[in-house]
Structure formats: structure tokens, C-alpha cells
Ligand binder design. Structure first.
Ligand SMILES: Nc1ncnc2c1ncn2[C@@H]1O[C@H](COP(=O)(O)OP(=O)(O)O)[C@@H](O)[C@H]1O
Ligand SMILES: [Mg+2]
Length: 382
């Protein structure tokens, strides 16, 4: 998988040694001996990786990193800082500015090579570790057999519950370009920044770029919002992009929740293997349960075991056709993790004011039920 590597260092010996070592591994090497030339080569050559020194006269490595991260054409190129500056603050600054790895000199050539390969193929690495298996630290998917069953409501409120219970960073996203209901539900109706992650090649989607696309919600949860504009449905075909995003989002927060919505679309089938947990919403009615049964058996074909599924009974309307919880559990051969009670008046108020239930009625029954669902994900980590 060798590629093109740009080395930027004012020390000719480092340039020569590191360059020769990587060349012998089959990489194509280009070099610059100061920051300004480094930036110019990054623009014109678009290397697959930049190995960057910090202490250089004129433009230092931090300034180079900042500049590269600001420019559209260079923003996605991984940066490995390779420096004699060993302080923890130096390292934090480098990573904050957008470097992917921070290595200090001296280092063995083998270690440097390992790190280079890791940056260049994070995806292949992950897959090699657990082929065909769900990612241990992956996202929590929220889905239902069909639409309108409360998946989006569950996703955002579960995110807020996890944040409030753990105080750890949480990201909530929906993978529905053209039907971004999370944006509509929360009142960001013009939101279309997610599109820029779908307009580039999968390789260009760096963690930093995803981070830049997140929106801060006043609950403290960060959001990656699909566009609600109908014509953006064309991005549903960018499945490889969604795969990378599903894989990288969990690197940016302790909890990542993805509203996958209804059904087993091509997109959902490809993203699900990267999720470590799946919340399945079911209505306690015979037809809904039999569809959910089919959904759960498809999940098992994808390698998602029953202990990775959290079953939620979402009871939006009282109806004569209701099954008991015991019947639902028996038909699906799964325990119910939580049940949400019907409260149309509260749901309407939440929707009109764009305020999630967890914030609107934090002490209410529904909030307690959502907290209970959240606790399933917290207990597991301990
Ligand atoms: N506890 C509740 N009781 C009644 N209706 C609810 C409740 N929670 C959500 N709803 C409503 O159910 C509808 C569908 O919810 P939504 O989360 O958008 O479903 P999905 O994402 O599965 O399509 C929305 O109109 C929402 O306001
Ligand atoms: Mg929805």
C-alpha cells in the first residue's frame, strides 16, 4: 500500500536517513528543508502523509500544521510530527492544531515505520484486527423495522442521557442525507455541512475534518447532522464515505450514536458492521414485532449477536392490538432493555419547540425510561 510521503525537516541528516529508510520500503519520497517549501509541496503534490519537524527557522512545524489544516486542498492529509521537542505541552499543541501523530526523536526506524503504516492505513488495520466482527468500541446504532417508530427521538435523547450520566463527550448523528430529521427536530433546518464529507473521496475524510463538521447543541452533545434538503438524497450512494465516518466518529467521543432509521438499506447494511451496539425500536403490536424479528435475524447474519442488541419498546399510541412485554420478549427471544410510554402532548411540545424530551421534562417518566436505556451502555463499560 506504499504511497507518497513528504518529509519536512531543516536537518539534512534526518531528511536523508528517514527518506532512505522509507524509500527502501517502497514509498515515494519528496522532501522540503523548510516550512514554506513544505506547504508549497503539500499543495502541489498532495502527498498521502507528511512527516513534519517542529523546530525550523522562519515557519515552524506548528505554523505549518495550522496552515495545512486551514486550506481545503491540504486539510485531509495526515500529519505525523517527528520532533526533538519532548514536552507534554508541545505534544498537546501539535495534536490540537490537527496533527494525527506526535513522535519524538530519537526513535527506532522500525517504530517510525510502524507509525507511518498505521497512519496510512487506519481502516485496513481495524479490519485486520477483527475481520467480519463488529467493532468493540464502535458506535451505537439506533434503528427500527420501519419509519415513524421513534428511532430519532430515541437517538438524540439517549445521547443527552449518556452525557448527563457520565459527563463524557457524546456525538449524535443521523445517516440520512436528504431526510435529516435530526436537523429538523432540533431546529437546524438549513444544515447541510455534512454534505462536504460526502462530496470528497473517502480517503480525504480525516478525523479533523469530521470534527470541523460537528455542531454544538446546547445540551452539550455534538451533532453531525444530515441535510434535510430533499435533493441531497443523492448522497445516499456515498456508502464508502459513510463507512469511514462510522468508523472514525467513535474516535472523537466516548459515545457515538447513529440514527440509522428504518430498514436494511444498502447504507445500513454496510455501516452496521462498524457499530458495536444496536438499539432496536419495536412497537408492541403483532405486525411490528414480526418485522422486528426479521430485522434482528438479519442483524445476526451481519455478525451482530443478541447481547449487542438493546430492545426498546416504544409505545406511542395505546391500542387494543397491544402485546404484553412478556409476549414481545418471547417472540423476539430478547429481553427488553427499556420501554418508552406514550405521551403525545409532551412529544408535540418537544417537536414544536425543537427541544428534546430529556431537556423539556428531565424529571418526567419518559426521561427516566431513557435514562434506564442509557444505563445499559454505562454498566457495560465498567
Ligand atoms: N413518547 C411519545 N409519545 C407519543 N409520540 C411520540 C413520543 N415520542 C415521540 N413521539 C412522536 O412519534 C413520531 C415519530 O418519532 P421519530 O422519532 O421521528 O420516529 P422515527 O425516527 O422512527 O421515524 C414523532 O412525531 C414524535 O413526535
Ligand atoms: Mg427518524
Amino acid at each position: 500500500m506504499p504511497g507518497k510521503i513528504l518529509i519536512v525537516d531543516d536537518d539534512i541528516d534526518t531528511l536523508r536517513l528517514v527518506g532512505m529508510m522509507l524509500e527502501s520500503e517502497g514509498f515515494n519520497i519528496i522532501a522540503a528543508k523548510d516550512g514554506q517549501r513544505g506547504i508549497a509541496l503539500a499543495r502541489s503534490e498532495t502527498p498521502d502523509l507528511i512527516i513534519l519537524d517542529i523546530m525550523m527557522p522562519e515557519l515552524d512545524g506548528y505554523a505549518v500544521t495550522r496552515q495545512l489544516r486551514q486550506e481545503k486542498s491540504t486539510r485531509g492529509i495526515p500529519i505525523l510530527i517527528f520532533t526533538a521537542k519532548t514536552g507534554q505541552d508541545d505534544k498537546m499543541l501539535g495534536l490540537e492544531l490537527g496533527a494525527d501523530v506526535y513522535l519524538t526523536k530519537p526513535i527506532s526506524t522500525r517504530e517510525l515505520l510502524t507509525q507511518v503504516n498505521k497512519v496510512l492505513s487506519p481502516i485496513e488495520e481495524e479490519e485486520a484486527k477483527s475481520p467480519g466482527k463488529t467493532n468493540a468500541k464502535g458506535a451505537i446504532a439506533v434503528m427500527a423495522a420501519k419509519g415513524g417508530m421513534g428511532a430519532s427521538t430515541a437517538a438524540i435523547n439517549l445521547g443527552i442521557a449518556l452525557l448527563r450520566q457520565t459527563r463524557l463527550p457524546v456525538i449524535v448523528s443521523d445517516f440520512r442525507p436528504g431526510q435529516g430529521s435530526l436537523a429538523l427536530d432540533l431546529g437546524y433546518d438549513q444544515s447541510s455541512s455534512f454534505n462536504r464529507l460526502l462530496e470528497i473521496t473517502p480517503k480525504e475524510i480525516s478525523p479533523q475534518l469530521i470534527e470541523d463538521t460537528l455542531v454544538d447543541h446546547n445540551s452539550g452533545v455534538r451533532l453531525l447532522l444530515s441535510s434535510p434538503n430533499l435533493r441531497d438524497a443523492k448522497y445516499n450512494s456515498k456508502i464508502a464515505n459513510f463507512e469511514i465516518i462510522a468508523q472514525r466518529l467513535p474516535q472523537l467521543a466516548d459515545y457515538t450514536i447513529i440514527d440509522l432509521g428504518p430498514g436494511l438499506t444498502d447504507l445500513n447494511l454496510r455501516v452496521l458492521p462498524y457499530c458495536s451496539q444496536v438499539v432496536v425500536i419495536v412497537e408492541p403490536a403483532p405486525q411490528s414485532v414480526s418485522q422486528s424479528r426479521e430485522l434482528i435475524s438479519e442483524l445476526s447474519i451481519l455478525g451482530i449477536e443478541s447481547d449487542q442488541i438493546k430492545l426498546v419498546v416504544f409505545n406511542r399510541i395505546h391500542s387494543a392490538l397491544q402485546l404484553s412485554f412478556g409476549e414481545v420478549e418471547e417472540l423476539l427471544n430478547l429481553k427488553i432493555a427499556s420501554a418508552f410510554s406514550p405521551n403525545r402532548e409532551m412529544a408535540n411540545e418537544a417537536s414544536i419547540h425543537h427541544i428534546p424530551l430529556m431537556i423539556l421534562r428531565p424529571e418526567g417518566l419518559t426521561a427516566r425510561q431513557i435514562n434506564q436505556l442509557a444505563s445499559h451502555f454505562i454498566d457495560q463499560d465498567e
